[in-house]
Design a protein around this ligand. Structure first.
Ligand code: F6P
Length: 342
C-alpha cells in the first residue's frame, strides 16, 4: 500500500513519535511506502512532500515538534483546496492518509472523508480536549512542565510571601490547569468550564495569608473568564483563523487581586514552553501506539475512523464522534480538585 501522513494545527510533544511509528509499522509490518506531507494540509493541497522510511526516522522518538512541519491551513479554506488535495491523493496513489491533529485538523479530515478521501485520524493536543479519547499525547508532557513550574513558583512565593498567578494553556477547557493545579497544590485553579468570581478568589487568598506566611500560587487556564459583570474585561481580538487571541487573563486576575487585597502579586505565563521539547515516556508510548493503530486501521478497512485511548486500550472511533464536541473537564475530577483549594 501507499500511505501518507501529515501533522496539522498547533504542534505538541509526541508528533515525531507518531510519524516514526507510522513509518515503522507501514514499512516493516506491511512493506508499504510512506510519504510525508509538509505543513499539514498545505502539503496536501500544494503537493509538497518528503519520502519517509525507517532510516529517515532515526532519532525521532524523543524529539519535540514535528519534522513534517505544521500549519492551520485547510483545503476547505484554500482556493480550489479540496480539488487540489484530491489531485495530490490520486497522483500519489494513496490507499490511506494518516491525519495527526487536533479539533480543527480532524474536523477537516472528517469533512474530506465524507467526500471520499481515505483518511484515518490520530488525535493530538496538549489541551486534551478531543472527544472520544481519554487522552491525547502531548497532554501529559504539558502537565509535567506546568507542575514543575508551579513547584518552582512555590519556593520563590514563600520567600517573599507573594501571590503568584501562573497562566497555562487551555483555550476552551481546563484539563492542563486542573491536573497541574492539583499536582502542584495550587491555592485556586480557574478553568474555562466554570466562570470565576474574583471576590471569592480574593477571599481564599486572604484567609490563607491570615494563617501565616502561606504564599499562594493560583493556576489560571488562558480561557478562564470571570462571571459576567464581576470584573472589567477588555475587548477580545480575533486572529486570521477566527480564533480569539488569548493569553493575559493572569495579568487581569493578578491586578484585581492586588487592588482588592494589597498583596504583592506576580504573573508567570507559561505559553508555548508547554508545547516544546521532548515528550514524557507516557506520551511517547501513546503516540507510538496510535501510529501503529492508524496504519493497521488503513489495512483493516478503518477509513473515516480515529485512534482512541479507551479504558487503557487503543480502539477506533468514528471521526464524526471525535469532532462532535469539545471534551470538557470531567466533573468528578474537578470536584476533587476543588477539595484542595485553600
Ligand atoms: O495546542 C492548543 C493550544 O495550545 C491552545 O491551548 C492555545 O490557545 C493555542 O494552542 C495557541 O496556539 P498558537 O499560538 O500556535 O496559535
Amino acid at each position: 500500500m501507499r500511505i501518507g501522513v501529515l501533522t496539522g494545527g498547533g504542534d505538541c510533544p509526541g508528533l515525531n513519535a507518531v510519524i516514526r511509528a507510522v513509518v515503522r509499522r507501514a514499512e516493516r509490518g506491511f512493506g508499504d511506502q510512506v510519504v510525508g506531507f509538509l505543513d499539514g494540509w498545505r502539503g496536501v493541497v500544494e503537493d509538497d512532500t518528503v519520502a519517509l522510511d525507517v532510516d529517515a526516522c532515526r532519532g525521532l522518538l524523543p524529539r519535540g515538534g514535528t519534522v513534517l512541519g505544521t500549519s492551520r491551513l485547510q483545503p476547505f479554506g484554500m482556493q480550489d483546496g479540496v480539488e487540489r488535495a484530491r489531485g495530490t491523493i490520486e497522483r500519489h496513489d494513496l490507499d490511506g492518509l494518516v491525519v495527526v491533529g487536533g479539533e480543527g485538523t480532524l474536523s477537516c479530515a472528517r469533512g474530506l472523508h465524507e467526500l471520499g478521501f481515505p483518511v484515518v485520524g490520530v488525535p493530538k493536543t496538549i489541551d486534551n480536549d478531543i472527544n472520544a479519547t481519554e487522552m491525547t499525547f502531548g497532554f501529559e508532557t504539558a502537565v509535567e512542565i506546568a507542575t514543575e513550574a508551579i513547584d518552582r513558583l512555590h519556593t520563590t512565593a514563600e520567600s517573599h510571601d507573594r501571590v503568584m498567578v501562573v497562566e497555562v494553556m487551555g483555550r476552551h477547557v481546563g484539563h492542563i490547569a486542573a491536573w497541574a493545579g492539583m499536582a502542584g497544590g495550587a491555592t485556586v485553579t480557574l478553568v474555562p468550564e466554570e466562570p470565576f468570581d474574583v471576590a471569592e478568589v480574593c477571599e481564599v487568598v486572604r484567609r490563607r495569608h491570615e494563617r501565616g506566611r502561606f504564599a499562594s500560587v493560583l493556576v489560571v487556564a488562558e480561557g478562564a473568564r470571570p462571571i459576567e459583570g464581576t470584573m472589567d474585561m477588555p475587548e477580545e481580538e480575533v486572529d486570521v483563523f477566527g480564533h480569539v487571541r488569548l493569553g493575559g487573563i493572569a495579568h487581569l486576575v493578578a491586578a484585581e487581586i492586588g487592588r482588592r487585597t494589597s498583596f504583592d502579586t506576580r504573573v508567570t505565563i507559561l505559553g508555548h514552553v508547554q508545547r516544546g521539547g521532548t515528550p514524557t515516556a507516557f506520551d511517547r508510548v501513546l503516540a507510538s501506539r496510535f501510529g501503529v493503530a492508524a496504519v493497521d486501521a488503513i489495512h483493516e478497512g478503518g477509513l473515516g475512523m480515529m485512534t482512541s485511548l479507551t479504558a487503557g486500550e487503543i480502539v477506533l472511533v468514528p471521526l464524526a464522534d471525535a469532532v462532535a464536541e469539545v471534551k470538557k473537564l470531567d466533573s468528578g475530577l474537578w470536584e476533587t480538585a476543588k477539595v484542595f483549594f485553600a
